[in-house]
Design a protein around this ligand. Sequence first.
Ligand SMILES: [Zn+2]
Length: 83
Amino acid sequence: MSVTSRSAIREPDFVISGQAYWLDRTEPYRRLDGQMTQLDVFMTHCAQCGERFEVKRSAGGISALNRRCAKHRRPGIKVSPRG
Ligand SMILES: [Zn+2]
């Protein structure tokens, strides 16, 4: 039995309201108070057009993740559930 594996596709690291996020990398980040921390950089797909884009999250800031690419970002307007 042959199985086609696509290494580029893996399970998302987490899913929020049906939108999947893949952790791509982490970057060092200096906070305003001088403390070094790190940013998690996630790949996701725009809830509107499906285009892939990156979102960055500082530790503990999960609620701030964008769900749309820069073209379709609408602060304060919720994404309606898929389906
Ligand atoms: Zn978009």
